[in-house]
Ligand binder design. Structure first.
Ligand code: 6CS
Length: 343
């Protein structure tokens, strides 16, 4: 677990600037800097380590990885990547959605399948993911390398619930994109947008009543200690994205650009292997460690009541994104129906 300390962030930034100076003096063999949003051994860290392995085994370049908290919050590392002091950043649409509204599509509840095989097939084959999103990110100065799933979203809360009524008046932490707030309002709750580092403390002090995340993160950040009732609502998957600063990427020789995309493909394949079974194992460990943890899995009739509220979120998504979002949603749904037909 890593709750951000300002002094750690400052030290990290000093190292980063020193590193940038060193890189500027290097000729061919460069040191590239990559930051992500998670702790050691978590899904984004696994992706980053495989990305690094491929780069370093296939070139003279080295990759310096910065984990959650070392350089600040998610929005801090994105800012550092956009100005070019970081070459690569892994940021989830949960945060990127605030600057690229179309990335909020992942927060329309019940759009994604719950079955992992279908989710993975979707990410591999989807035109929306592999052709449309790279253009949207490029328009924002980012070369998109991979979009990949991390795990099913599970709600943790102070009192278990089985209907929207049970969420009434509950303050639920959401990542800081406006559409996710709409989802929780539609579910009957009061959305509370917060950066990652503030979630544990807000739960501990009852400033919020609950939050959502994949189980591996609930374990990694020990959120189950302060939010022990787990509710499976089947409303979505946590998606994330790895990208490069586009100015940096565009100036690279073709062979380095190819190397980077090959490294991303290699990391994607390995992260998919990593997430298989991850959530089940994390849940077992959580239950062993804390006897207070409860698990509620909504049945199909209970899910129906939440699903009935997804239409209004979809409408908000279109209102927020206009024709571009409408077209993305059409393609997204087409890609998803192809996945359903294949399985
Ligand atoms: O909820 C969050 O803020 C964090 N959750 C995960 C799974 N990864 C990092 C992210 O920022």
């Amino acid at each position: 677990m890593n709750r951000i300390k300002p002094i750690t962030k400052l030290a990290g930034l000093c190292l980063l600037l020193l590193g940038a100076f060193t890189v500027a003096n290097a000729a061919d063999a460069a040191t590239w800097r990559y930051a992500h949003e998670e702790n050691q051994g978590d899904v984004q860290d696994v992706y980053a380590q495989f990305f690094k392995k491929h780069i370093e085994q296939n070139s003279d370049h080295t990759l310096q990885i910065y984990r959650f908290g070392e350089l600040g919050e998610s929005d801090d590392i994105m800012e550092q990547a956009k100005v070019g002091i970081l070459n690569f950043v892994n940021q989830s649409p949960g945060f990127t959605g605030a600057q690229i509204p179309e990335a909020q599509i992942f927060f329309i509840p019940y759009l994604m399948p719950t079955d992992m095989d279908k989710v993975v097939t979707f990410f591999r084959n989807s035109t929306a993911i592999n052709e449309d999103f790279p253009k949207l990110y490029a328009d924002n100065g980012l070369e998109l390398l991979s979009m990949y799933p991390e795990g099913e979203m599970v709600i943790t809360i102070d009192e278990a619930f089985t209907s929207p009524k049970g969420l009434k008046g509950k303050k639920m932490r959401v990542m800081t994109n406006p559409l996710l707030s709409e989802t929780y309002s539609a579910f009957g709750a009061i959305p509370a947008p917060l950066p990652t580092g503030e979630v544990y403390g807000a739960l501990q002090t009852n400033i919020i009543n609950g939050q959502e995340n994949p189980i591996f993160w609930i374990e990694s950040e020990q959120l189950y200690e302060v939010s022990p009732n787990l509710v499976y609502t089947s409303h979505g998957w946590f998606t994330t994205a790895a990208m490069a600063n586009k100015r940096f990427y565009d100036k690279l020789p073709n062979e380095d650009q190819k190397l980077i995309h090959n490294a991303a493909d290699y990391a994607f394949e390995n992260v998919i292997i990593h997430i298989a079974g991850l959530e089940e194992k994390a849940l077992e460990r959580i239950q062993e460690r804390n006897g207070k943890v409860t698990v509620t899995r909504l049945d199909s009739a209970q899910i129906k009541a939440f699903k009935a509220r997804s239409g209004q979120v979809e409408e908000k998504f279109i209102a927020m994104t206009g024709d571009s979002g409408k077209e993305l949603l059409r393609q997204f749904k087409k890609d998803l129906s192809e996945v359903q037909n294949q399985h």
